[in-house]
Write a protein that binds this ligand. Sequence first.
Ligand code: IMP
Length: 424
Amino acid sequence: MAANIVIGTQWGDEGKGKIIDILASRAEVVVRSQGGNNAGHTVVSNGETYKLHLIPSGILYPNTLCLIGAGVVLDPKDFVSELDGLHARGIKTDNLKIDPRAHVVMPWHITLDGLSEKFRGNSDIGTTKRGIGPTYMDKYERCGLRIYDLVHPEIFAEKARTTGALKNKIITEVYGGEAIDIEQMIAEYTEYGKILAPYVDDVSVLTFEADQAGKTILFEGAQATLLDIDFGTYPYVTSSHPLSAGVCVGSGVGPKMISNIIGVAKAYTTRVGKGPFPTELDDEIGDRIRNVGGEFGTTTGRPRRTGWFDAVIIRHSVRVNGLDGLAINKLDTLSGIGTLKVCVAYHTPDGRQIKDFPPTLEGLDGCTPVYEELPGFDEDISGCKEYSELPAACKAYIERLEELVGCKIVMVGVGPDRSQILER
Ligand code: IMP
């Protein structure tokens, strides 16, 4: 019996999908607990690439129960198209369940996400414009529509009319945007509700029962630690809790169920959207990492910002998530770029050196990285099958990261396929 959590430790896109997929192959239940289709997991399996946004990666295994918890915000249109895509490739989804408490991303949330970003001008957050923030806003304002409502046409129509009228006023009168045709939307979403209905079940109960029955459970994280609404680089964050603790709240289980928390990081750092990034590389090395590492968003296609590995960030993640182990991905991307730099601390503008990630943007402002240099490597490591086969410089790099962040590195990724993970 084991319940593992896989969490992103940087600003997302750490390759969680691959680690999750490996662990999903050993799990009987896979649970997603927060975020929505702002996430994008790319899983490469047997040479086939799957891009998943909402549906847990365990879906590729026919006997794995895949659960979408109450803390998720679900865009039904996108969800249905993801279902269709899987069905078209022969993947069955009978083992998929969605909690009736999960909130629905409505068209006005998407419209308002776009309008409010536009209104912010240069101070925009750089959201994925998937309506995530506005959906969570309504959830906490207690006026959201939930999956239960969506699959009950009368309830849905009534709530959608009342809320929709108010949202249209905000869209048109506050932002000068175009009103949503509420009746047409109700008709469209009622059809999605019919498709979703067979998938609705109590995920808290299903997860508890699976644990009681001694099943292996995997909680797959979406987004990442520095995008957490409280412990990330606020306000350049998402609107949920992508931390290990968020998993418990978002799926409706107690923290004592969790046996192992694995954080995923890249061997360097990337970020999409706006916000601070102390080790960002605005040079040829940054471009090379972006091109070699294919650092373009799965969800939006945006080029990702790239930079050196930042041990200050990972130490923060080790602490706020209580990590038991770390998976380091994409080590292969660093081949041939010469000396490798690792940020071990920050210089503050008032001449101090700090080792803990500052809690505010103001505290981070003007901080510059203190780098340690490590020998690089030129070998193609993508064919390595064992950790021991890695060149000495790679092993030295990994082992130094381990010391700096204070957490055991349990896996090292050397390529996109799930076979290209070296377990330690
Ligand atoms: P939102 O989640 O769409 O509101 O976007 C807020 C911030 O989180 C933006 O900077 C997004 O680029 C970022 N973000 C949201 N989801 C992900 C993800 O899965 N990977 C990386 N960045 C993300």
